[in-house]
Design a protein around this ligand. Structure first.
Ligand SMILES: C[S@@+](CC[C@H](N)C(=O)[O-])C[C@H]1O[C@@H](n2cnc3c(N)ncnc32)[C@H](O)[C@@H]1O
Length: 470
């Protein structure tokens, strides 16, 4: 039998900052080390998990010094869950690191003067800010080291909660999550407890058996609740038992759906959503604009902060009522619909066709007529012919996914040469890359980081660009 290799330990690494994806970073003998479970200011011994040519990745195994910025996490699940990985830093410290993340990207990649970066806009609420949560059922609850060490036998290991980071089959049972407002915790716990009491089986991803798979809860600021329960098979009596229990115990549920997912993965958006009780949609309101949200619709997950973000976009765009605006990567058209009353016309482009259907429904719902929506890839749709048909844009709002814009889109933007551009991004690194590519024709006027997701490393940044007059 081969001998197990001794783990490599890097001694006394001082954590100096936060790198990409919120990873704590330090140096050991000049080599960069990314360290799990550490925060800036910690001095730690690191067990190396992966060795790469320019850096190591590891986890802290011993603390010589705890950072003075550390605070006691308020969530009992912090150690196991990993959902709010920055909860051990106070909110003001989180904001400092988010600001620095944007600053670094703009300085190093975009080569933009960081004096143009405004102080980050904090979140209106730092807990219970998400309107959508997804939970997973499992019959193999993740056990903490303390539980394993205690060796106490269990009646069962059924769980309803979140995936442990890095574990597709490790589900941390959740009793209280601080991310979604009431009645989210109550719905999740009650359904789990009812199913256990009724001996209804929980899904086992390895053995591919068990009935209950996933729970998706959406709650709007208008007080409507959508619940989607995903089952492995259509066991009619048991399915009915769960759905009747949920609808009787929670009259707040205005849309109750279920889905039968016999696949090996948990993805349900490609499956038929069956309405069991209530309405096909829930309605969210961002200021006076209403959005019908169906079971498959994408929507910004922090509604209150979406208003803060969109208000900043409006401020940056400084619309006078006469502009032709392109809203690229429009999703369900939410930015376009939010700004439509302030400009002449909005043209939205989005690759997900059902989202464009939602955008059209929502335009009609709000009696907004000065919008046109197109389904397709921006890089294919945004052409000279398109600009000829819809008129040259006075303002372009672009809100691409994390990967940023395709080089073809950047080239097209340079060609279209709209006088003003508002670039919204959830990834400062790719935004900075694109700003650099645009720099010969566009000057960055100002930038505003916005925090949409407290206790996580995620950060949104808005940049206002102005065409350089030749
Ligand atoms: C960050 S979201 C922004 C959504 C929307 N602007 C909002 O505020 O809710 C990015 C959107 O771009 C869409 N998308 C991603 N790649 C795309 C592409 N190549 N062409 C068009 N849309 C794309 C995604 O489906 C998603 O809806």
């Amino acid at each position: 039998m081969g001998r197990r290799r001794k783990p490599k330990i890097l001694k006394e690494v001082t954590i100096t900052g936060i790198a990409d994806k919120g990873r704590a970073v330090g140096r050991h003998n000049e080599k960069v080390v990314f360290v799990e479970k550490a925060v800036p200011g910690d001095v730690v011994d690191v067990r190396v998990l992966k060795k790469k040519s320019g850096f190591d990745i590891g986890t802290s195994v011993h603390y010589h010094t705890y950072s003075p910025d550390r605070i006691e996490p308020f969530c009992a699940h912090f150690e196991e869950c990993g959902g709010c990985s920055w909860e051990n830093l106070g909110y003001p410290t989180q904001l400092i690191h988010k600001q620095k993340t944007v600053e670094n990207a703009m300085m190093r990649i975009a080569k933009v003067d960081i004096d143009l970066l405004m102080p980050i806009l904090p979140a209106v609420e730092t807990t219970y800010y998400r309107n959508k949560m997804e939970y997973t059922f499992s019959n193999r609850r993740w056990l903490s080291q303390a539980e394993v060490d205690a060796g106490v036998p269990f009646e069962h290991r059924k769980a309803l909660g979140f995936h442990k980071p890095g574990g597709f089959n490790k589900i941390v049972d959740i009793n209280h999550c601080y991310l979604q407002p009431d009645p989210s915790n109550d719905i999740r716990n009650s359904i789990r407890d009812f199913a256990i009491a009724e001996n209804i089986s929980f899904y086992d991803i390895r053995d591919q058996k068990g009935l209950l798979r996933n729970l998706l809860i959406r709650i709007t600021t208008t007080g409507e609740v959508m619940l989607i329960v995903s089952f492995f098979k259509n066991d009619e009596d048991e399915v009915k038992k769960i759905l009747d229990f949920a609808s009787e115990k929670f009259p707040q549920i205005t849309s109750l759906f279920y889905v039968i997912n016999g696949k090996r993965n948990d993805f349900i958006m490609d499956l038929e959503m069956i309405l069991y009780k209530g309405n096909e949609f829930i309605t969210e309101k961002l200021k006076e604009v209403e959005f019908k949200i169906g079971p498959k619709s994408f929507f910004q997950t922090n509604s209150k902060q979406a208003v803060a973000l969109y208000d900043k976009i409006v401020e940056f765009a400084d619309l006078q009522g006469t502009e032709n605006v392109y809203d690229l990567y429009t999703g369900i058209g939410s930015i376009g619909l939010y700004i439509a009353k302030s400009c002449k016309h909005v043209v939205g482009i989005e690759e997900v066709a059902p989202a464009i259907e939602d955008a059209k429904v929502n335009a009609a719902l709000n009696e907004i007529e000065n919008v046109t929506f197109y389904a397709g890839d921006v890089k294919d749709i945004l052409t000279d012919d398109f600009a000829e048909t819809h008129g040259k844009p006075d303002v372009i709002i672009t809100d691409p996914p994390r990967a940023g814009m395709h080089p073809k889109v950047v080239d097209m933007l340079l060609q279209l040469a709209a006088p003003k551009m508002v670039y919204v991004s959830c990834n400062p690194a790719t935004q900075a890359r694109d700003l650099f590519l645009l720099k010969d024709k566009y000057r960055v006027v100002k930038m505003q980081p916005v925090d949409m997701f407290p206790h996580t490393y995620h950060i949104e940044n808005i940049a206002l660009l102005e065409l350089i007059n030749e």
